[in-house]
Design a protein around this ligand. Structure first.
Ligand code: SF4
Length: 317
């Protein structure tokens, strides 16, 4: 349904310390992936890996530097804003922070009516019925319609955020860290709700998270991002059971109970993610990789099919 080809987003900023020389932030640096109908692709990586920028690019909340985004085979990265507005309702987003994503001055009814009006989803006479239907879908009662966002808990606000995303009857939703701001006790309720809604409406998700438990729970396919590139991608169960890329192993090793010693063969992941302004030569992970070889400092590994998945690493020539 959604296909992304060689997508790049570079931000040019001014170097405030040394005058005129512009700096280029390589936020997304040439990625490819597909999300099928009714499927979830989990996008994982540390903060600064480019996963949230990717979500915003797919919804055209940011303009790509280059590459294409295809919806049902049609490139939507280059169409005019006017044409994009016609398909905007098919593509929605659930935001990370349910506190700031809702206008605190509006009632829940007004928040949910707004997209119904803009995209002409139902006639005005049916607004109220539709608002109640949306609230019911996300497990909230009719009385919620007259309340304001501050009268709800974090989990309930995220339910309202999901109801707003559903209001336009979308086919594809970017879920950008939708549970990371919530208490652990309500995280699984929200995750189960998103999965139930997916089954009911055949939704496709690009699910962005840094928590591997969350990604494993919801994803059919997984893509691991590091410094703007996908370094490993494949079926969720296979990838989590048998990670191949050292960075995937390092992320899994950091999950309590996984055992860093076992996954990384007794070696440790060193340092922090480098700046995306001056990317390391060769494999961008070589400055931290416990398996780095001489070739890794010079040659960029290509994402290549290996044993039923794709991996970018010189360990798999
Ligand atoms: Fe490590 Fe080299 Fe593989 Fe990069 S290419 S992940 S540095 S072994």
């Amino acid at each position: 349904m959604i296909e992304v080809r060689n997508l790049k987003k570079h931000f040019v900023t001014k170097n405030s310390l040394f005058g005129d020389e512009p700096e280029v932030i390589h936020a997304v640096n040439g990625i490819d992936f597909t999300v099928g109908n009714g499927e979830t692709l989990g996008l994982v990586g540390e903060s600064g890996s480019g996963k949230s920028t990717t979500g915003r690019l797919v919804l055209r909340l940011l303009e790509p530097t280059s590459g294409s985004i295809l919806l049902d085979g049609k490139d939507i990265s280059t169409i005019s804003s006017r044409d994009f507005r016609k398909i905007r309702k098919d593509l929605q987003m659930v935001f990370q922070n349910p506190y700031s994503a809702l206008d605190y001055k509006m009632t829940i009814e007004d928040i949910l009516i707004q997209p119904l009006q803009i995209h002409k989803i139902v006639p005005p006479l049916e607004y109220k019925t539709e608002v109640y239907r949306l609230l019911d879908l996300v497990g909230l009662d009719k009385a919620s319609a007259r309340k304001f966002p501050h009268e709800f808990s974090g989990g309930q606000r995220q339910r309202i955020g999901i109801a707003r995303a559903l209001s336009t009857k979308p086919r594809f939703i970017v879920c950008d860290e939708p549970v990371s701001a919530l208490d652990v006790s309500v995280q699984s309720q929200i995750l189960n709700l998103t999965m139930d809604l997916q089954k009911e409406f055949g939704l496709s998700y690009l699910f962005i998270a840094h928590d591997l438990h969350v990604i494993k729970h919801v994803s059919d396919q997984v893509a691991i991002m590091y410094l703007g590139k996908i370094v490993e991608t494949g079926n969720s169960e296979e990838l989590f059971n048998r990670p191949m890329h050292p960075y995937t192993k390092a992320l899994l090793a950091a999950v309590p109970g996984q055992g860093e010693h076992k996954l990384l063969g007794g070696r440790r992941l060193e340092g922090e993610i480098p700046s995306s302004i001056k990317l390391p030569d060769g494999c961008a992970f070589h400055t931290r990789c416990p398996y780095a070889m001489d070739i890794c400092k010079e040659s960029i590994p290509i994402l290549t099919e290996r044993e039923g998945r794709k991996v970018a690493c010189h360990l798999y020539p």
